[in-house]
Design a protein around this ligand. Sequence first.
Ligand code: BG6
Ligand code: MG
Length: 217
Amino acid sequence: MIKACIFDLDGVLVDTARYHFQSWKKLTAQLGFTIEDSIEERLKGVSRMDSLNIILDQGGYKATEDEKRILASQKNDWYLESITDMNHEEVLNGVQEFIENLKENGIKMAVGSASKNAKPIIEKVGIGNYFESIVDGNMVIKTKPDPEVFLKAASDLDVEPGEAIVFEDSYKGIEAANTGGFYSVGIGLESNLSNARLVIPNFIGHNFESITAALKS
Ligand code: BG6
Ligand code: MG
């Protein structure tokens, strides 16, 4: 029986994935190299420092740990700048109706995100009241594909992984959900999320009943 839903934030609840990538592109432009758009999928769900390492590697750019800290912080400043005026319009289409339906069905909800900016973003877009727990990148030791972030959220909600659905837009996040024993639902393209138990393009037209029925079939 499904008692809870745990949501990734970036690219699932809010349209922030593109701002992350734009900020990384700005950083690489400053460093004198460019990154392919195809790398964006690989950065989804990946912590800020791990993302930086992937990008520097791609550009063949060697940096000391001190320089890396400065670069990661510069990217974060740009990212925060780009989401300063963020409001409810940035909530992805169909999300508001979906979480409202879950609430009506008595389903517990949490957020499990790699982002250290998750809490202020959720407050900014005005959906904080729906979630009993927000586990973010400041609260875990191991990053996705480790299931720690989702296990913490499930424990906060007092449910077993087998009683919860995880919604994720990244391959690594789906891997984390699967390893943790959750039902995994990918948000995006089947081609990027082949490891998910179910993939939907977005939440438009979905509700608790349609998702649970699709997971059972
Ligand atoms: C994830 C994003 O949710 O959070 C990644 O998918 C991002 O792209 C990661 O790198 C860390 O985010 P932040 O806000 O702590 O830099
Ligand atoms: Mg995401």
